[in-house]
Design a protein around this ligand. Structure first.
Ligand SMILES: Nc1ncnc2c1ncn2[C@@H]1O[C@H](COP(=O)(O)OP(=O)(O)OP(=O)(O)O)[C@@H](O)[C@H]1O
Ligand SMILES: [Mg+2]
Length: 286
């Protein structure tokens, strides 16, 4: 079982520092979700943990070895990453794209095997893409394309799977399908999952461990039940909200304030006595 940690990690582009002396430990065999506002450095951090971005200082350690010093294929056999908004080489079919996930297992002496073929087909089945297997990726919808990339990541068959906003572009059904699939990979195969999600409520349902990034550092980390509070949401996202319980799962559920349809909120407040900022703002404005 692989473990992934980063010590004293500083990341950036040119002179610009994005992540500053950050420490993070990814609990093995768990689902970790990174949260934080747009531009706070989640993708930067995820990419550096997968060795796609070299740190300015500090180190990322995979199973006791500094990944910067590891062989590319060795890293790729242990961890797969789905980056944010990947661009597909032109003219590839879904099958050809997903096959690329098997590259760590190919080599001069290792030809395409039944095991490779099975892994590709399983990934296509799990992401509900069998019908689109021979379709050109350029001709897919945004959501179908996102699933094809997820399939490629799964075909790599690694214990550690890093995904940057895997549910972007997906309709509600496919969002839940993908998150359930990742949950199953975690539950049944004990895979370690690290992903960036923007939907806090889904993050709370699926994460064992949440890491909130703010001001170039880890602001808070822990179980959703322990850390997701109005204060955290306000401090990390600069947004007022109520935090209640998901009626189905009992996990924290964040209800953002904001104006919404204020007339409805006013009527609701009158009926129930439950007010939010929207109502108070409207009342003040009146
Ligand atoms: N290749 C790059 N060159 C220069 N600056 C970059 C590059 N990639 C990202 N940045 C900058 O680094 C900062 C962090 O970007 P990053 O993509 O890590 O944020 P993020 O938390 O993933 O945001 P989002 O939620 O919007 O995906 C941003 O200010 C961004 O403009
Ligand atoms: Mg990002």
């Amino acid at each position: 079982m692989e473990t992934l940690t980063a010590n004293n990690l500083t990341l950036g582009y040119g002179e610009k520092i994005i992540i500053d002396e950050l420490d993070i430990e990814i609990p093995k065999g768990k689902v970790t979700v990174l949260i934080g506002s747009n531009g706070c450095g989640k993708s930067t951090l995820l990419r550096s943990m997968a060795r796609l971005l070299q740190p300015k200082s500090g180190e990322v350690v995979l199973d006791g070895n500094e990944i910067a010093k590891m062989n590319t294929k060795e890293v790729a056999k242990q961890m797969a990453i789905l980056p944010q908004g990947p661009s597909t080489p032109e003219g590839l079919t879904v099958y050809q794209l997903v096959k690329m996930g098997r590259y760590p297992y190919q080599g001069v002496f290792k030809k395409w095997s039944q095991e490779d073929e099975d892994a590709v087909n399983k990934a296509l089945e799990d992401t509900n893409l069998m019908d689109l297997k021979y379709q050109s990726v350029d001709e897919l919808s945004g959501g179908q394309r996102q699933r094809a990339w997820i399939a490629m990541t799964l075909a790599q068959d690694t214990e550690l799977i890093l995904l940057d906003e895997p549910t972007t572009y997906l309709d509600m059904t496919h969002q839940i399908d993908i998150l359930d699939l990742l949950f199953e990979l975690n539950e049944k195969d004990n895979r370690t999952i690290v992903m960036v999600l923007h939907d806090l409520n889904l993050a709370c349902r699926y994460a064992d461990h949440i890491v909130a990034i703010k001001d170039k550092k880890v602001y808070e980390s822990g179980q959703p039940e322990d850390i997701i509070t109005c204060d955290l949401v306000y401090n990390v996202f600069n947004m007022n909200c109520d935090v209640t319980f998901d009626p189905l799962f009992g996990t924290p559920m964040c209800i953002p304030h904001g104006r919404g349809r204020c007339i409805l909120a006013e009527a609701h407040a009158e009926k129930t006595g439950v007010q939010n900022n929207c109502v108070t703002t409207t009342l003040k404005a009146n």
